[in-house]
Design a protein around this ligand. Structure first.
Ligand code: PHE
Length: 345
């Protein structure tokens, strides 16, 4: 075996070696018990005395140089491996995806703030309540046809002698008499925000939705106060150019009762967009919800004398006002969990 050729070949292989395990194999190939160096040393016996001397010297030198090359390479490969796995603490960290506040939550805080500015107190009343507070106290006896308007889910809990069965409240009006009983002596200025339930599922109804209920009771409260407050609210929430109108309607717990409309947010009440009929409202008006002057029987249920006090109430859907404000056409978006929708807010 040509010692010089072996030296060159080994040098090249060690140099090109990229891993510690390959290097270990090279070590075995050259310096191992049955490796190239030992084979060379064994073959020495076939040489002449003169040749033995030079060959022995050369082989020993080769052995030393390969040993050195292998150990140097081992050091550099070990270093490289640890560099590869080292953590660079100066690198910017991974950004975790950030959530957004749900549009309903945003609207709740906006609406609360608007009413708190004019002295209304934010309240929360049960979403699972007795029939009494959801209906009877609101002048809707069990047999009354008006109760059909509030399709209701009943719970299979035992009936309470005084307050009847338990229901998932179909409106936030259940808070009206509860608030009267809590305050006892007017003035009352309440904004009750909560979840309501009616078994419907279509582009404008979900079985669970939110309402905000205003209630104002004091001496000499008139429709003028009601209109003034609604006007203030819609200008704050929808924009300063928004107008309201009241249409006669019927609710058992208010007399007179109205439905409130606002000028359409898309066509500003003109019913025309770019020369075409407005697709959102068709008439220039959008329906906001129900309102009216508190019925004397409701005041009585709240232990308030209707000869001394008068009041008004309204109940509007939160999903609905957001839809009106931003032109959203399907209420189910709120509960679809689709981030593309939720991140718009
Ligand atoms: N509770 C009524 C509804 O859910 C709204 C309303 C509230 C009407 C207060 C008048 C007064 O539709």
């Amino acid at each position: 075996m040509d010692i010089l050729r072996l030296q060159k070949e080994a040098q090249k292989k060690i140099e090109e070696c990229r891993s510690l395990s390959d290097l270990g194999q090279l070590h075995t190939v050259y310096l191992g018990k049955n490796g190239e160096i030992n084979t060379l040393l064994q073959n020495i016996k076939n040489l002449s005395l003169e040749e033995k001397k030079t060959a022995g010297k050369q082989i020993n030198e080769l052995k030393q140089s390969l040993t050195l090359l292998l150990s140097d390479k081992k050091i550099s490969l070990t270093e490289k491996q640890s560099n590869d796995t080292k953590i660079d603490v100066t690198l910017p960290g991974k950004q975790f995806p950030r959530g957004t506040v749900h549009p309903i939550t945003i609207a709740i805080s906006e609406i609360s703030a608007i009413f708190e500015k004019i002295g209304f107190i934010r309240m929360s009343y049960p979403e699972v309540d007795y029939e009494y507070f959801a209906f009877e106290a609101l002048n809707m006896p069990a047999t009354h046809a008006a109760r059909d308007d509030f399709e209701t889910t009943f719970l299979s809990t035992p009936e309470n002698k005084k307050f009847g069965r338990m229901v998932l409240t179909p409106h936030t009006s259940n808070g009206q008499v509860r608030e009267m009983l809590r305050v006892k002596n007017p003035p009352i200025r309440m904004i009750n925000i909560g979840k309501c339930y009616r078994p419907n599922w279509d582009p404008t109804h979900t079985p669970m939705f939110h309402q905000f209920e205003g209630l104002c009771v004091d001496k000499d409260i008139t429709i003028a106060h009601l209109k003034g407050t609604l006007d203030y609210f819609v200008k704050e929430y929808f924009g300063a150019d928004t107008k309201i109108r009241l249409r006669p309607h019927h609710f058992q717990f208010t007399e007179p009762s109205f439905e409130v409309d606002i000028t359409c947010t898309a066509c500003k009440g003109t019913a025309v967009v770019n020369g075409n009929k407005c697709k959102i409202c068709k008439s220039g008006w959008l329906e906001l919800g129900g309102t009216g002057m508190t019925h004397p029987n409701v005041l009585r249920a709240g232990k308030i004398d209707p000869n001394i006090y008068s009041g008004w109430a309204f109940g509007f859907g939160i999903e609905r006002v957001i839809m009106m404000k931003y032109g959203i056409d399907d209420i189910r978006n709120y509960y679809s969990g689709d981030l593309r929708f939720l991140q718009l807010f």
